[in-house]
Design a protein around this ligand. Structure first.
Ligand SMILES: [Zn+2]
Length: 412
């Protein structure tokens, strides 16, 4: 009896691992034929058929008959993720909030970003705004859509274990239990994961961006604050207290300006959004609209703005040289504001890197703008929110469809 139970639980865990492998392969690699899945998984054709059947029943995938390519025999059906299941990604930046509904395969079904002017933000306002944005977005998706979880990217230092923003100097937060506050404010009960936007940014880049498949990657997020997500030897770098990657606070200028972290001369004071606006003679705190205006002037060839971009690029290269010499990455991905500035700062930045980075390292490292646009951290947040489902597709009780929340709210 005991032996049978053991054998039963072993075959159950094999089934779980195989379901997980097939769903993960479709999530990361996109649509595939059953033959592709047989080849990539090493499982038999009948096993793959049974697993795809289970995933189809759960609503995660569907199959389409491929058109015959003229080769003999029956064409293998194409298996692809459906858009019936989503995770919600949220992003809290200094001057904007964003939410997105992202299906398996990393497809963004809907996405909303709202600007906000720069000032200290009561956390309750932020939570209410995020939940309102999310509710409006989900109301416009098909009523049957099933939400599995929420990933929240924050421009601040995050302690993941208790989902707390330890410090976000540019937002004015200390020890904010943001993950729990969002979970309690949502109309249906969903698991919430939360991390620094740089950590989610680098995850998105290695899964879906310019660093796909690489093992040593630095992602730098630049907006008002500057931070990084680092993957070293294939592992995310967290640090003993969770502060690893706070590259915006590397001291680079002994005579520099005061920083919101309490120090002075931090890299952020030379390359953050406020430094750019200072260099072009615009008031700090104008938000994304003013940055758009500056970029338009650069595109139009405004000599003063281009000179300011040049100075900005030198400071960018100065700090990046230290980061590259420290981590020796395959690639540095520049996200957020830095990706937008890239065409105007690249030459000055590169000449600093040429002067300051070890030759051997300089020759192999790529410094590239993110191809994921401003939404890289959102994609990374969704990736992490998917993890529980990918690890055990049949494990969790399927969450209620979004439309069911009205029943719950109605009972309150
Ligand atoms: Zn600082």
């Amino acid at each position: 009896m005991r032996r049978n139970e053991t054998a039963g639980s072993r075959s159950e865990s094999v089934r779980q691992a195989n379901l997980s492998a097939i769903l993960r392969s479709l999530h990361l690699g996109g649509a595939a034929t059953r033959s592709d899945l047989v080849a990539s998984s090493g499982l038999t054709r009948s096993a793959v058929g049974a697993l795809v059947g289970e995933l189809t029943e759960m609503g995660f995938v569907h199959e389409e008959r491929s058109a015959s390519d003229g080769s003999p025999g029956r064409p293998s059906p194409i298996v692809m993720p459906t858009s019936d299941h989503v995770t919600i990604a949220m992003e809290v930046l200094v001057d904007s909030l964003a939410v997105a509904a992202i299906s398996l395969g990393g497809h963004v079904l809907d996405h909303r970003r709202v600007d906000r002017t720069r000032q200290a933000r009561p956390v309750d306002d932020t939570v209410r705004n995020l939940v309102d944005l999310t509710s409006k977005m989900l109301d416009e998706l098909p009523t049957t859509v099933v939400v599995h979880g929420v990933g929240v990217a924050v421009a601040g230092v995050v302690r993941r274990s208790d989902k707390t923003v330890v410090v976000a100097p540019n937002i004015g937060w200390n020890d904010v239990p943001l993950g729990d506050l969002i979970r309690l404010a949502l109309p249906i009960d969903l698991p919430v994961v939360i991390a620094n936007d740089g950590d989610f940014g680098v995850l998105a880049e290695v899964r879906r961006g310019v660093a796909t498949g690489m093992h040593d990657v630095v992602y730098i997020s630049g907006e008002v604050g500057v931070g990084a997500g680092v993957i070293a030897d294939g592992r995310p770098l967290g640090g003993a207290a969770g502060f690893a990657g706070e590259v915006g606070h590397i001291p680079v200028n002994p005579g520099g300006l005061a920083c919101r972290c309490g120090s002075s001369g931090c890299w952020e004071t030379e390359v953050g959004e406020e430094a750019l606006l200072r260099r072009v003679g615009r008031a700090a705190g104008g938000g994304r609209a003013v940055v758009d205006d500056v970029l338009a002037s650069a595109a139009a060839g405004d000599a003063d703005v281009l000179a300011a971009m040049d100075a900005h690029g030198r400071w960018l290269g100065f700090g990046l040289a230290g980061i590259i010499n420290t981590f020796d990455p395959d690639v540095v991905v520049l996200g957020g504001l830095f990706a937008r500035l890239f065409p105007y700062v690249a030459a000055a930045m590169s000449s600093e890197l040429d002067r300051r980075v070890f030759d051997v390292v300089r020759q192999q490292v790529g410094v590239l703008p993110s191809g994921l646009g401003l939404d890289g951290p959102l994609l990374g947040a969704a990736e992490w929110a998917w993890e529980q489902v990918l690890a055990d597709p049949a494990g969790a009780e399927p969450p209620l469809p979004w439309c069911a929340r009205t029943l719950i709210v109605g009972e309150v």
